[in-house]
Design a protein around this ligand. Structure first.
Ligand code: ZN
Length: 116
């Protein structure tokens, strides 16, 4: 009985360890992709076949952990109807609606990792 419990516990630990490793490599891979070109959160979610919420988590983690020589540069969304620029946003996600013309044709917010 005790042996069985030990087996169950060790299997859970192994599964957790693998999950963390997977997460680590995904984030490392994401950093290298973001160093090459601009990505939106939706592009990244599609690339890694994960939910947008997972990408947002990863980006927050990357933002905190990348070296001080690097930063995630955000290229703001624009309204395709009136040209309004969503400057000064630090969010990774795109706004859904233009505050000026109320249009919903908004270009996606893009991110890239650059040297500071
Ligand atoms: Zn607009």
């Amino acid at each position: 009985m005790l042996l069985l419990q030990l087996i169950v516990v060790s299997k859970v630990l192994v599964a957790k360890g693998k999950g963390m490793e997977f997460e680590k490599t995904r984030r490392q891979h994401m950093v290298s992709l973001l160093q090459r070109k601009r990505w939106s959160v939706h592009d990244l979610a599609r690339e890694f076949e994960v939910k947008v919420s997972i990408v947002l988590d990863d980006l927050e983690h990357i933002r905190r952990s990348i070296s001080s020589r690097h930063k995630i540069r955000i290229f703001p969304s624009e309204c395709n109807d009136c040209g309004f620029k969503f400057k000064g946003r630090s969010k990774f996600t795109s706004p859904s609606r233009c505050p000026r013309c109320k249009g919903e044709r908004i270009s996606p917010t893009m991110m890239k990792i650059e040297l500071t």
